[in-house]
Design a binder for this molecule. Sequence first.
Ligand code: AMP
Length: 384
Amino acid sequence: MSAILTLNAGSSSLKFSVYQMEGDTPLVTGKVDSIGPNGVLSLKTANGAITPADGSLVNHSDALATVLKSLKLTLEDREIAVVGHRVVHGGLNYDKPALINETLIEELTALEPFAPLHQPHNLAGIRAAQAAFPQAAQVACFDTAFHRHHPYVNDTFALPRSYYDKGVRRYGFHGLSYDYISRKLAEVAPTLAAGRVAIAHLGNGASMCAVHNGKSVASTMGFSALDGLPMGTRCGQLDAGVVLYLMQQEGMSADEIETMLYTRSGLLGLSGISNDMRTLERSDAPEAAQAIDYFIFRAQREVGAMAAAMGGIDALVFSGGIGENSATIRARICERMAWMGIEIDHSRNDDNAQVISSEMARTTVMVIPTNEELVIARAARAFA
Ligand code: AMP
């Protein structure tokens, strides 16, 4: 029997799942967390957790080899007919998933400097899957694709024009998540989905997207996955002058700045304690409270920005690890937004209900758990 494998290779994690050729329930889901000396591989089937094969998890290629070995044992006689890959950057040309061939791999390799912490891992995943499943079709699903038709003012920076032509643009990311949530919204609330919706994907990576009638018109993330909201370890919006200062006055190299902005900033940098929202919520340290306050304030600002991009707002949707699970953070973000018709029903919010706004509120507030794997699986299935 044939099956679909999805691979989502992040900077320090590797998520995967196996789906049948029909249906939306995965046969197997799994994840390698904290790739490195403390890497952990977990694997689940519909019947519960299973023991993965032995193997190293110290780097991405070892982790992938161990995952593939575990999957081969778990899947027994099932044959992988198609592999869907999350690819963070599709550049200017891709507004939908694409079948992978050598030409596409070359194009995606040329985009590595645009997403240095993600794209190389995505490409390594593609190579490893080609070697492990040579008979399978390989499909690239791009995080940028959902945003590819932004109006010019949301696609450009105010730099000399030649940089726009070279591809220095506001691409936007988390597109697979926004794609899933928009489609889900069209199923559960079609009238809202046809209107103006701000989606807040709040996880370890965080961004917001303005979706008007199912189409992305603006995103808080821009050229790289650094811009917009503060994240677990990424800074979010930053005055370019700060980067100049760090180089010219502090003598930091580009690599040192990159490491700081991607891995030592955001909630971790502000709190000095953790990148994990749960840890910060439990902490009594004033620095933890300040980090959360900053996160809340920037999220409120960006909901306003997304509404401005659409000329108003009909719905606000929360998603991602924080957006799906933290009633406190959701309530605090919505606290000062009555002027936008946003008003929370606290008991629904505490229950993580799908609709958490009060009956009388002008703007509907919802919680929709995201499912990037399913978006990849559905896209890959079309190429099988
Ligand atoms: P993600 O990257 O989408 O898996 O989200 C990870 C983030 O979600 C981390 O900051 C977690 O602390 C946060 N998170 C997960 N569950 C909760 C929860 N119950 N309350 C607050 N934050 C949570």
